[in-house]
Design a binder for this molecule. Structure first.
Ligand SMILES: Nc1ncnc2c1ncn2[C@@H]1O[C@H](COP(=O)(O)OP(=O)(O)O)[C@@H](O)[C@H]1O
Ligand SMILES: [Mg+2]
Ligand SMILES: [Zn+2]
Length: 417
């Protein structure tokens, strides 16, 4: 039986040109190598699975490549040093996970070994992952070396939490912030990997996985890895991936939104419970709702949505919905959802919090649109609203009746249907 290698490892980029979605960082590194202007300490920051370790390793390989040329700093991937990298057999590249080696003694050991020249090649390289975990005294010991680093040493640090690294250290290192990778790019990457693995997967399946990965290439590959186990034959099916990811069908979310906008509380809640029974979590439903509202807002304002947040098949439905509802209604739901997201953090039962929130949203949709109401009454009474007259406070109105009362106070004698 062939040895199973996780996709994330099998497809780790070996050269800068294979790195995805970090163009500026790669450009600066290549330029810096060409001009010989990269310092002796660099930090790669960013969330999980965006290429910190990958780029650090390629850079280490490039520094040590026997065929290194200034005008083309890519590692050759053929010399003995480069080949040793692929066999994980590099004496002069020391990788440490700071999470398990936080103490000052661990760092001293590194610093001491840095005094000696590399056994072969020009540079000895220390890759320190999760560097923010180092203790205060460990950072202090490191600081001394960073102030006067031996010329044959390079430190490559990686972290998910830059703010935990002392300023004194930060000011002595070259810093690269890696971005979350756009879901379109991730989907393209997944597509090429599926080709190589002889798996066929539709664009909708790949877009769904890319969205779920939330900017992390490693996450996208782990999801794909799992999904491939579901494949019967050679085709990856949308429904299987949806079931696996526990995502609600976007069409259901649009139906739910429709009911919310029409203030149909009873059916909105019934729909919501149906979605939850289908195994989607409250948080997932909430996220899908906010994504849809974002797309709706984009339709209303004419700006393109940030990236493929929702599946293509519901785009026409959202476009139609945007024609029917007011910008005010969309932004009101947005505000309420954002507030709800905060509430979710403090509650163990997100399903219930969200249900209560949906009741509130549907209820608010039933409140009369303030501007229309006032315009209607103005027309009837032909009395324009005085400039400094206070508008009724719709957010604090307890019911449609109390809102009417507020308005009636302003327009005595007016009737509200
Ligand atoms: N920018 C990227 N381009 C291509 N593949 C990537 C990229 N970032 C991550 N990956 C994939 O995810 C895996 C883990 O990436 P890694 O660099 O270890 O992430 P981290 O940022 O957490 O250090 C890699 O082996 C590779 O398959
Ligand atoms: Mg890493
Ligand atoms: Zn080489």
């Amino acid at each position: 039986m062939a040895v199973y290698i996780p996709l994330a490892i099998k497809y780790r980029p070996q050269k800068f040109s294979e790195v995805i979605g970090q163009d500026i960082v790669v450009k600066i590194i290549l330029g810096g190598m060409q001009k010989n202007r990269l310092g002796s300490a660099m930090l790669f920051s960013g969330t999980r699975g965006v290429g910190k370790t990958t780029i650090a390793r390629i850079l280490a390989k490039a520094f040590r490549c026997e065929n290194h040329q200034n005008n083309d700093p890519e590692p050759c991937c053929q010399c003995e040093s480069c080949l040793n990298f692929s066999h994980d057999n590099q004496m002069d590249v020391i990788e440490i996970d700071a999470a398990g080696n936080t103490g000052v003694d661990d760092i001293r050991e590194i610093i001491d070994s840095g005094r000696y020249k590399p056994s072969t090649g020009e540079f000895k390289i220390f890759i320190i992952d999760e560097v923010h975990m180092l203790s205060k005294s460990a950072f202090n010991a490191l600081l001394k070396t960073l102030e006067e680093p031996p010329p044959h040493v390079k430190f490559l640090f990686a972290t998910t939490e830059t703010y935990k690294i002392p300023e004194t250290i930060m000011s002595r290192i070259l810093r690269f912030d890696l971005k979350r990778v756009e879901s379109d790019l991730i989907a393209q990457h997944l597509s090429s990997i599926c080709n190589q693995e002889n798996i066929s997967a539709g664009a909708d399946v790949l877009a769904l996985i890319a969205r779920a990965a939330d900017g992390s290439i490693r996450d996208s590959l782990s999801i794909l890895d799992q999904a491939i186990n579901l494949v019967v034959g050679s085709e990856l099916l949308l429904q299987d991936v949806k079931d696996m990811l526990n995502v609600s069908d976007d069409n259901d979310i649009v139906d739910l939104l429709d009911l919310l906008f029409s203030a149909d509380i009873k059916n909105a809640i019934a729909k919501y419970r149906e979605i939850i029974r289908g195994n989607a979590s409250g948080t997932k439903v909430m996220n899908s709702l906010t994504d849809c509202i974002h797309v709706l807002t984009c339709f209303k304002t004419g700006v393109p949505p940030l990236e493929a947040l929702v599946s293509d098949d519901i785009m026409p439905k959202l476009k139609k919905m945007a024609e029917k509802i007011s910008t005010a209604a969309v932004s009101r739901i947005w505000q309420m959802l954002l507030k709800g997201t905060e509430e979710l953090k403090f509650c163990d039962r997100p399903e219930i919090v969200l249900e209560m929130l949906l009741v509130r949203i549907a209820y608010a949709s039933g409140l009369p649109d303030l501007r229309e109401l006032i315009e209607g009454i103005e027309k009837k009474n032909s009395k324009p609203l005085a400039k400094n007259e206070k508008m009724p406070d719709i957010e604090n109105c307890k019911s449609p009746e109390s809102l009417s009362d507020e308005v009636l106070k302003m327009f005595p004698g007016a009737e509200i249907q």
